[in-house]
Design a protein around this ligand. Structure first.
Ligand code: ADP
Ligand code: MG
Length: 269
């Protein structure tokens, strides 16, 4: 890791569902202002890891330190000031309108009985604009399409204004234009708020070109945890080891290289 002080420190983390082990000894240091991609096959333990980092699941052993302090010592209110978490899919159908849902991100800071202030409304309006969901404000969350729902969930996480964003597959259902908007929004937020972001993604090329660091999980174990630069040097073999399928490098034209770098990785069918 570079000199950035670590905001999240994960030490020898184990987790299980009943007798089935989901994480088998993960150790990772996440520095301030870094953007991490968590990659790995289905069932590798990615969501389990991010939920433990969000303080929503208890590990069977090991620890997560947030700013040097065990996350179990944080109250949920105190945690909400530091971490916002965007789930892959919300638990159950959400009966709120999009606007009210995004405002919920503020309630975690002010308490449910709180009355939104002018600042709360401004932050919510900004999150709605950043995620391009103004036209969906009055829609009920449960009626949204996959991509619309992801943008509304992201707006809720952004409105919380926490310095750490934990995102579980935030781009899976986005069309290419909105995926681009998503990364542009992250860049703007990075500059404005000095964000630390950890996002699970299946898009290897987004991980390679949009993230500073990569954590690769397989069968609950960390196969790689470090800079994207070093990860690239190990490609395609590293990707083949992680996903158990062949990858090849492709070169980008000058035009797409501007946006995505000069090469990418493609999975061979
Ligand atoms: P990923 O996000 O990488 O796809 P998960 O962290 O969701 O993986 O799951 C890791 C393993 O734990 C998988 O085998 C999954 O089936 C299992 N698992 C996840 N959640 C539960 C649960 N609530 N109860 C039982 N098993 C679970
Ligand atoms: Mg998952």
């Amino acid at each position: 890791m570079n000199k950035a002080s670590s905001i999240i420190q994960i030490e020898n983390l184990h987790a299980a569902y009943g007798r089935s082990e989901a994480l088998a000894g993960i150790t990772l240091k996440i520095g301030k202002n870094q953007r991490w991609a968590i990659v790995g096959p289905n069932g590798a333990g990615k969501s389990t890891l991010i939920k433990i980092m969000a303080g929503l699941l208890k590990p069977s052993s090991g620890s997560v330190l947030l700013n040097g302090c065990d996350i179990r010592q944080y109250s949920s209110r105190k945690r909400a000031h530091v971490i916002s978490y965007m789930p892959q899919k919300p638990d159950g159908l959400i009966p709120y309108t999009v606007y009210d849902f995004v405002m919920l991100g503020r309630y975690s800071l002010m308490g449910l009985m709180g009355v939104p202030s002018k600042e709360d409304r401004e932050v919510v309006a900004e999150a709605i604009e950043i995620c391009d969901i103004h036209h969906l404000e009055n829609r009920i969350m449960s009626t949204l399409s996959g991509g619309e729902l992801q943008r509304a969930l992201l707006a809720g996480a952004v409105a919380q204004s926490a310095p750490v964003l934990l995102l579980d597959e935030p781009t899976t259902f986005l069309d290419p234009a909105h995926e681009r908007l998503f990364f542009d929004a992250l860049c703007r937020l990075d500059v404005k708020r000095e964000l630390t972001t950890v996002m699970i993604t299946h898009d290897i090329n987004s991980a390679l070109y949009q993230c500073s660091h990569i954590a690769a999980l397989k069968d609950g174990q960390l196969l790689y945890g470090g800079s994207t630069g070093e990860f690239k040097k190990g490609c395609p073999e590293l990707l083949e080891q992680i996903f158990g399928t062949r990858f090849m490098q492709f070169n980008c034209s000058e035009l797409s290289a501007e946006a995505y770098g000069s090469w990418g990785m493609k999975c061979l069918q």
